[in-house]
Design a protein around this ligand. Structure first.
Ligand code: NAG
Ligand code: NAG
Ligand code: NAG
Ligand code: NAG
Ligand code: NAG
Ligand code: NAG
Ligand code: NAG
Ligand code: NAG
Ligand code: NAG
Ligand code: NAG
Ligand code: NAG
Ligand code: NAG
Length: 474
């Protein structure tokens, strides 16, 4: 009996200690954290302590399905435990990409890439490396920032078997620096059938959310904004690699996202102010490799996505640009509050095969696109021409943002004169004027492709007279 009692007691104690295990303190070495995963096996939860910082000297690797790293109590604020990249020549904090790592989770932690003022580390991966040959992983309530490598959060395709990652409720950024090719993405998604929702990405520098094909994925209700940096692209569908066939965006839905270009941080004149960080988004939504890479990918195109109900405001070079794309639908994407389209030709705008069209709201290249459906929404912004215009949309990241003291940034988003933009609802009784696109409204294709375009470009209704930028300017 006593033996049974003892073993039962031992059982209770071990269960108790498993369930109520204290969080693992930050004095634990990376090797010992790794051992906990190894010993813990399937579904092991590596529970970190609130307010503690874990200096990782190597990449911490998930080792079995269902494993989780999280902060005890699942806080969502600054008390989330911090995983810090402290090792030499390492750009990744945690990695869960090996075969069998289905359902692994990273939740309620902060991940600090610790790059500081160093140049980007080219040799390594993203700060968080998930995806790979797996199904059903989750990253949520994670603050990922200052990566040493090219991305704050990379979900890899693996042998094109990655499926069903959920990336939600994360706060991402800042990521990267603005210097040439020192950039980093916010979220880099290359896993099919995935869901990227409710994330806020602030001050990424390459793409806010870069969709690498990732067929059948949904990217919805994310906020992408810049405060102190220039971001090349808000949401990118420009990478024809690595997915197969090249440019496979089949079933990709990019919906209900909010993209905030820069806003004035100082007063200029009645409509536009200055920005002490020269912060703009060069392309709000970029579709097709040529918008980004010029002619580097030859005749490859991005194919098959739907982009709808997205809302843009602030300073951009281009709101949406479409070039070298096929069978995309763009509908009801709108501008709200105040906007401007700024930037001047940089030296690299004229080195490629063609000089692109200057900054404008919506740019479309009929010469290399096919079967694109465009149905504009009703923007509540006035003052700019918000129609799609036809023109060369190639290598658009070559534009250079205005200097800090130029009156180029619209007011809003909590900055200078922001009160002027808080009354969005007031626009409903303004007079409207229908503006129809000219040449592109019924779309004659000047290229030589056999399937004609089907450009449904309805009249764009622009609210006049109630333009939000006029409020509170007196
Ligand atoms: C984390 O730190 C904050 C500020 O020092 C403190 O108020 C809070 O109680 C701490 N949280 C935990 C769970 O220790
Ligand atoms: C995690 O895996 C990488 C290889 O992908 C390896 O370099 C690193 O040492 C591993 N981390 C630990 C703590 O063993
Ligand atoms: C992290 O650990 C490494 C190796 O021990 C050390 O060189 C580095 O200074 C530590 N970083 C921080 C921020 O404590
Ligand atoms: C670290 O990486 C740099 C290149 O980014 C290389 O020059 C250096 O030799 C590497 N150091 C070590 C110890 O691997
Ligand atoms: C997707 O992953 C979730 C776990 O995050 C799982 O519950 C669900 O069954 C998976 N769906 C498919 C189709 O595999
Ligand atoms: C959209 O995302 C925000 C976080 O930015 C969240 O607060 C809100 O609940 C989300 N909306 C929906 C409908 O999920
Ligand atoms: C894109 O890839 C998916 C998944 O492999 C596949 O089902 C689909 O047919 C591909 N699309 C095209 C146009 O080939
Ligand atoms: C830039 O302007 C913002 C908004 O007014 C302000 O919060 C910030 O401190 C300024 N930054 C610098 C470097 O002046
Ligand atoms: C158009 O998009 C806006 C902003 O996302 C949304 O509120 C509205 O419901 C959409 N309209 C339609 C007809 O879907
Ligand atoms: C044109 O694109 C639509 C999606 O927008 C797709 O359903 C249709 O099959 C495409 N047609 C051709 C001929 O590729
Ligand atoms: C133009 O491209 C070169 C590399 O080809 C780069 O060094 C330079 O910084 C770029 N200039 C601008 C203004 O982006
Ligand atoms: C404000 O300044 C910009 C840039 O110089 C100019 O284009 C715009 O017309 C000015 N607006 C007003 C109302 O003076």
């Amino acid at each position: 009996m006593s033996h049974m009692y003892l073993s039962k007691l031992f059982y209770i104690l071990s269960v108790t200690s498993a369930v109520y295990a204290a969080c693992i303190p930050d004095t634990t070495s990376t090797d010992d954290l790794q051992s906990l995963f190894q010993k813990g096996g399937v579904n092991y939860i590596l529970s970190l302590c609130p307010n503690q910082t874990y200096n990782l000297t190597q990449i911490l690797n998930y080792t079995a399905a269902g494993q989780e790293i999280s902060t005890e109590g699942y806080p969502t604020d600054v008390s989330r435990a911090t995983l810090l990249v402290g090792g030499f020549n390492i750009s990744t904090a945690v990695q869960a990409q090996n075969n069998g790592l289905d359902g692994c989770k990273l939740r309620n932690v902060q991940v600090n890439g610790n790059r500081g003022d160093d140049p980007i580390y080219q040799g390594g991966g993203g700060l968080i490396e998930f995806g790979g040959d797996t199904n059903g992983q989750l990253v949520e309530y994670v603050h990922s920032f200052d990566p040493r490598g090219w991305s704050c959060l990379h979900i890899a395709e693996g042998p094109f078997t990655c499926t069903n990652v959920t990336i939600q409720n994360n706060d991402i950024g800042p990521c990267g620096s603005e210097f040439f090719q020192m950039w980093s993405d916010g979220i880099s998604l290359s896993c099919q059938w995935s869901l990227v929702q409710n994330n806020v990405i602030t001050d990424a520098t390459d793409g806010g959310i870069v969709v690498f094909g990732a067929p059948f994925s949904t990217i919805r209700n994310n906020t992408i904004r810049v405060k102190t940096k220039t971001l090349l692209g808000g949401i990118n569908m420009v990478d024809v690699l690595p997915w197969r066939p090249p440019g496979n965006y089949s079933g990709v839905h990019v919906t209900d996202n909010s993209i905030h270009g820069g806003f004035a941080t100082g007063y200029g004149n009645a409509t536009l102010g200055t920005n002490n960080a020269s912060s703009v988004i060069k392309i709000g939504i970029a579709v097709g490799p040529r918008t980004w890479f010029d002619d580097q990918f030859g005749n490859n195109v991005s194919t098959g996505g739907v982009i709808e109900n997205n809302v843009l405001q602030g300073a951009f070079s281009f709101g949406i640009a479409v070039s070298s794309a096929k069978s995309f639908t763009l509908q009801n994407n709108t501008f709200i509050n105040n906007i401007s389209f700024v930037g001047s030709y940089g030296v690299n705008c004229t080195t490629g095969a063609s000089t692109p069209h200057p900054p404008t709201a919506l740019l479309f290249d009929p010469s290399n696109t096919e079967n694109i459906t465009i149905i504009p929404g009703s923007s509540t912004t006035s003052g700019d021409n918000l129609d799609f215009v036809n023109g060369k949309a190639e290598g658009l990241t070559c534009f250079v943002h205005p200097p800090t003291d130029e009156f180029a940034w619209p007011y809003g988003d909590g900055g200078v004169n922001a009160g002027a933009t808080e009354t969005t609802g007031g626009g409903s009784t303004g007079s409207t004027s229908g503006k129809c696109t000219g040449p592109s409204s019924t779309g004659t294709q000047s290229g030589s492709t056999s399937i004609g375009p089907n450009i449904v470009s309805t009249c764009l209704v622009v609210m006049i007279g109630m333009g939000m930028m006029w409020f509170g300017m007196i």
